[in-house]
Design a protein around this ligand. Structure first.
Ligand SMILES: Nc1ncnc2c1ncn2[C@@H]1O[C@H](COP(=O)(O)OP(=O)(O)OP(=O)(O)O)[C@@H](O)[C@H]1O
Ligand SMILES: [Mg+2]
Length: 239
C-alpha cells in the first residue's frame, strides 16, 4: 500500500524548547500530484518542511518517505533518498554565480552526464537564467532568485520536491510563471508539497490541501472543494 504514497506523516509533533510548533499532524501525499499546506504566519508550515528534510528533530510521530521510515535521518541522507527543499527566503549563495548555485544543488550526485543533462533541463524550465549563468545570484531580480532556488533544488534530482512559500513577495506575472513551472515539474513525475500563506495559487494548482492553524491541521480535502469553502475563502483568500 505504502508504495502508492510518496509521503506519509503520522502524528508529527515538533517543539522548540517547550513551545509546541507542530501538533499531531497527519497527512499523506500520493504519487503524481501536488499537495499544498496553507496556513498563516507562524502556523508551523516551515517547521513541517524542516522535519521532512531532517533540519529539525520531531518530538513525536512518524514520517515515511517512499515507504521507508526516515526518523533520525540526516539532511544529506534525505537528499540522496530523493527529497529536496526550496527553502523559505530562498537561501541562495548570493556571492556565488548562478551556475555555481546550480552546481551546488547537485553536490551529492556523482553521475556527471546526468548532472549535465539536468543542468540543461533546468535552463529549459527557466530560460531567464541561461543568459545569466556567470552573474552573481545576489544581483538577480527577486523573481529570478526564486527561479534559481527552484532550479537549484531540481539539480538534486528529487523525487519529492518541497516548496516553502515560493511566490512570497513576487508580482502577479512572476507568480503565474512560477505556478506554471511547478505544474510542469509535477507532470514530469516529481511529487510536490507546496506550502503557502497565500492560498489562491496553491489551491488552484494542487489536488489536495491541508489547512494548518497554530500547529494543527484543521481542515483537509480536495483543493477545489476547499477553495469554495466559506471559511477558507474568508481566512485565506481575502474575500
Ligand atoms: N528556531 C525557532 N525557535 C523557536 N521558535 C521557533 C523557531 N522557528 C519557528 N518557531 C516558532 O514556531 C512556530 C511555527 O513557526 P514556522 O516558522 O514553522 O511557521 P510558518 O507557518 O512557516 O510561518 P511563516 O508563514 O511566517 O513562514 C511559530 O510560533 C514560530 O515563532
Ligand atoms: Mg514559514
Amino acid at each position: 500500500m505504502t508504495e502508492r504514497l510518496a509521503l506519509e506523516v503520522t502524528g508529527l509533533a515538533v517543539s522548540y524548547g517547550i513551545v509546541p510548533a507542530v501538533i499531531d499532524v497527519s497527512f499523506a501525499i500520493e504519487h503524481g500530484s501536488i499537495t499544498t499546506i496553507v496556513g498563516s504566519n507562524g502556523a508551523g508550515k516551515s517547521t513541517i518542511m524542516k522535519a521532512l528534510t531532517g533540519l529539525v528533530r520531531p518530538a513525536g510521530g512518524r514520517i515515511r518517505m517512499f515507504g521507508e521510515d526516515i526518523a533520525g535521518a540526516e539532511p544529506d541522507e534525505l537528499v540522496v533518498r530523493g527529497v529536496s527543499l526550496v527553502p523559505e527566503g530562498r537561501r541562495l549563495f548570493t556571492t556565488m554565480s548562478v551556475a555555481e548555485n546550480l552546481e551546488i544543488g547537485a553536490y551529492r550526485r556523482s553521475d556527471v552526464n546526468a548532472v549535465a543533462r539536468d543542468f540543461e533541463r533546468v535552463l529549459e524550465y527557466f530560460p531567464a537564467l541561461r543568459g545569466r549563468l556567470q552573474v552573481l545570484a545576489g544581483s538577480l531580480s527577486g523573481g529570478q532568485q526564486q527561479m534559481l532556488a527552484v532550479a537549484r533544488a531540481l539539480m538534486a534530482a528529487p523525487r519529492l520536491l518541497l516548496l516553502d512559500e515560493p511566490t512570497i513577495g513576487l508580482g502577479p506575472a512572476i507568480v503565474d510563471t512560477i505556478a506554471e513551472i511547478i505544474q510542469t515539474i509535477a507532470r514530469s513525475g516529481v511529487d510536490m508539497l507546496l506550502v503557502e500563506q497565500n492560498a489562491e495559487m496553491a489551491l488552484e494548482i494542487s489536488a489536495q490541501a491541508f489547512i494548518l492553524e497554530r500547529g494543527r491541521i484543521i481542515m483537509q480535502g480536495r483543493s477545489s472543494t476547499l477553495a469554495r469553502s466559506e471559511e477558507v475563502r474568508r481566512a485565506y483568500l481575502g474575500v
